[in-house]
Design a protein. Structure first.
Ligand code: 8ID
Ligand code: ZN
Length: 349
């Protein structure tokens, strides 16, 4: 009962718009599963893929999307640890070689030969998507597929970023871009992990959402007269947050974070603004012992842990559902910075 044709959103030209059209349903290879995608989150990475603003080419034509939640409908002959009818998710890392020294040490996202969903292989903006069985997210049956979709990239990525920050319960973390998709998830994971979160973003709608999600303070980067002071003031003794999670899609906050991070604190870069560079004063970095690092999605264990926080009811970030046919409108809102939280597309519409 798997159809031969399906609806998908297809990018036919880098820098163009996506087209809602019918394409063939793919067939899984021996080590792959075919997932009937019910819902997919829309990540800013999908917009980077459309615009082609990263130093890494996408496949063309491309079906984007890497937060796809659905039901396994077919599997290759080598797959035996996931059953037809199981819930599963397509995440950014669609597959990796599993034999290099990165894969062997649970650093699969660093594999030099990765398959990236919705980037180098077709992703979840279609009704039937393929994933390597080793990598598809295992989703417990009690989870709601609509609500869990954004966990598959946004949730996983910020959970890993918070772990990489080394921040411990009771400490302070600044979330830069807190009103966006990753940011709204970061506020919920931070709270669940016992951290105090300082939210930084712009506008009243995002302020309201951030406070509802558990931020102790909101700093509006569009109106603050002195952002560095405002962030430091929000921490005990004014020494600044122990960690900074940079999720914004502009360069400026990446240059600014070293000015307010606490001495011996850690700046974790996650957002991927085009053509951006990091800059920090060497003197302060040395004498204040500042750590600056990157964090890139998460491995299979991080995925399982991030999903389990959700399963336990600890992660409730707002999202809006629209039909897959409306994807271009979601991209337009995202480009304008007008999305508080996440959009999820319903592939049946
Ligand atoms: O593994 C990774 N490292 C990873 C995984 C997933 C996504 C990285 N990303 C990258 C995306 O490619 C993108 O570059 O993280 C970035 C954020 O993705 P998103 O959360 O999906 O984007 P969004 O929903 O548009 O949110 C961005 C927020 O940043 C705010 C915006 O207002 C928006 O709410 N923002 C900006 I743009 N400039 C800001 C500033 N100067 C700012 N917030 C505070 N200060
Ligand atoms: Zn993503």
């Amino acid at each position: 009962q798997i159809p031969t044709e399906q609806w998908a959103q297809v990018l036919e030209k880098t820098g163009g718009t996506v087209v809602h059209k019918k394409i063939p349903v793919p067939k899984p290879g021996p080590d792959e599963v075919l997932i009937n995608i019910k819902y997919s989150g829309v990540c800013h990475t999908d917009l980077h893929a459309v615009k082609g603003d990263w130093p890494l080419a996408t496949k063309i034509p491309l079906v984007g999307g890497h937060e796809g939640a659905g039901v396994v409908v077919a599997r290759g002959e080598l797959v035996n640890d996931i059953q037809i009818g199981d819930y599963a998710g397509i995440k950014w890392l669609n597959g990796s070689c599993l034999s290099c020294s990165f894969c062997r040490t649970a650093n699969e996202p660093l594999c030099p030969k990765p398959d990236l969903s919705g980037y180098t292989v077709d992703g979840s903006f279609q009704q039937y998507a393929i994933g390597k069985a080793a990598h598809v997210a295992r989703i417990p049956k009690e989870c709601d597929l609509e609500a869990i979709a954004p966990i598959l990239c946004a949730g996983l990525t910020v959970y890993k970023g918070l772990k990489e920050s080394g921040a411990r319960p009771g400490e302070f973390v600044a979330i830069v871009g807190a009103g966006g998709g990753l940011g709204s998830m970061a506020l919920q994971y931070a709270r669940a992990m016992g951290l105090h979160a300082i939210a930084i973003d712009g506008g009243a709608e995002k302020e309201k959402m951030c406070k509802e999600l558990g931020a102790t303070t909101y700093v509006d980067f569009t109106t603050s007269k002195n952002l560095v002071e405002d962030v430091k003031k929000a921490t005990p003794e004014g020494y600044g947050p122990h960690a900074v999670l940079l999720l914004a899609v502009t360069e400026k906050p990446f240059q600014q974070a070293s000015e307010y991070v606490r001495s011996h604190g850690t700046i974790v870069c996650v957002g991927l603004p085009a053509n951006a560079f990091l800059k920090a004063p060497v003197f302060d970095t040395v004498t204040r012992m500042i750590n600056i690092k990157g964090s890139y999605v998460g491995n299979r264990q991080d995925t399982a842990e991030a999903i389990d926080f959700f399963r336990r009811g600890l992660i409730k970030a707002p999202y809006k559902v629209v039909g897959l046919s409306k994807l271009q409108e979601v991209f337009d809102l995202m480009e304008a910075g007008k999305i508080a939280g996440r959009y999820v597309v319903d592939t049946s519409q």
